[in-house]
Design a protein around this ligand. Structure first.
Ligand SMILES: Nc1ncnc2c1ncn2[C@@H]1O[C@H](COP(=O)(O)OP(=O)(O)OP(=O)(O)O)[C@@H](O)[C@H]1O
Ligand SMILES: [Mg+2]
Length: 336
């Protein structure tokens, strides 16, 4: 289900002395089936923006169309929209309230007027998707679960409604690395199995690069950049100017450039950075071997003849020059 946002503005406490202009003329489209990431400095308007996408907040001006339906129109039944667009708030575990996991996850489907049998089926499927099997967890109190399990149970409550669009506001905030990975795997699983359109707010640029096919960048209530992760993260200076970073792999390539390495490409992932850096050092070693070959002295000829065999050793040694900024591009080879 596609979402089209056109020129929306939103002010908290409009007319009051402390009014805050939270969204300014924001426009974008979320394509059906896409995985959209939203990044931005704290207070840039990310949470305000996503609460507009299921009608929880209404813009002061502008238009939002969800699956062809204008949700800013007075005639739209927002309950129908909220079934289609599921919103997982930040720290959703604080919203668990029923005595059992089964009842909590079944709360949404029950409110949708489903039969007991349908509710049970929705709850089982949702718990399976979040890796909390019904048999083991259904009858447990949600308050006895671990932090990561609570978060998964809370997300199950939203996906039990089988939304066509799933919006998650910083779903990995405050989790340990293993649970962080579990939550991301779970989001990918939901998307794969159900074809759900996903919108994902995060401060983690590595996650954004790995998961998203489109990125929206917010700053002071404005949408200041959109594009694929590669397009957005290529503009590292612009991102730094608004208090944002780039993925670790990109930072590594930039650190090498600062130390004199002539690398044109950018990396989003560690594997990509490893390839680029490997290619760079192989090229460096090749350049040195060619230079040695063109040396016309007898000693130079002898060195040149053996240069190709030395390539591996040189690669290892040029690898060391990254730790030795004084070494320069070729100077590092002298350590051989
Ligand atoms: N309920 C509210 N009442 C008044 N102002 C608010 C309210 N919620 C948010 N704001 C203000 O609106 C602006 C945008 O806030 P929002 O929560 O959307 O930012 P955010 O990008 O989600 O930040 P974070 O990364 O910290 O979650 C901020 O200036 C914030 O102080
Ligand atoms: Mg927020």
């Amino acid at each position: 289900m596609a979402i089209i946002v056109e020129n929306i503005n939103y002010i908290y406490g409009k007319g009051l002395p402390e009014e805050t202009y939270a969204l300014r003329d924001v426009s974008f489209t979320v394509e059906e089936g896409s995985f959209t990431g939203i990044i931005g400095h704290t207070g840039s308007g990310k949470s305000t923006l996503i609460q507009h996408l299921n009608g929880l907040l209404k813009p002061d001006s502008g238009k939002i169309t969800v699956g062809g339906c204008d949700i800013t129109s007075k005639d739209t039944v927002l309950r129908d929209i909220r079934k289609k667009v599921g919103l997982v708030f930040q720290y959703p575990e604080y919203q668990l309230f029923e005595e059992t996991v089964e009842k909590d996850v079944g709360y949404g489907p029950k409110n949708m007027g489903m039969t007991e049998k349908e509710i049970q089926q929705r709850v089982r499927e949702a718990l399976d998707l979040v890796d909390l099997p019904f048999e083991e967890y259904g009858s447990r109190s949600p308050f006895e679960l671990s932090g990561g399990q609570k978060r998964r149970a809370a997300i199950a409550g939203v996906i039990a409604m089988e939304p066509e669009v799933l919006i998650l506001d910083e779903p990995t905030a405050g989790l340990d690395p293993a649970t962080h990975r579990d939550i991301l795997d779970m989001i990918c699983r939901i998307r794969e199995q159900r074809g759900t359109t996903v919108i994902f707010v995060s401060h983690n640029m590595d996650d954004i690069a790995r998961l998203c096919d489109r990125v929206l960048v917010m700053d002071e209530g404005q949408l200041v950049m959109t594009g694929t992760p590669a397009e957005v993260f290529a503009q590292s200076q612009k991102l730094k100017d608004i208090g944002l970073g780039i993925p670790e792999a990109g930072e590594l390539i930039e650190a090498m450039r600062r130390r004199g390495a002539k690398i044109e490409e950018n990396a989003l992932f560690p594997e990509e950075a490893a390839e680029i850096i490997g290619r760079y050092f192989r090229k460096q070693a090749g350049t040195k071997a060619r230079r040695d070959n063109t040396d016309s002295t007898g000693a130079g000829m002898r060195r040149g003849a053996s240069a190709a065999q030395e390539t591996d050793t040189e690669e290892e040694c040029t690898g060391m020059e990254a730790q030795n900024p004084e070494g320069g591009a070729d100077g590092g080879n002298e350590t051989c």
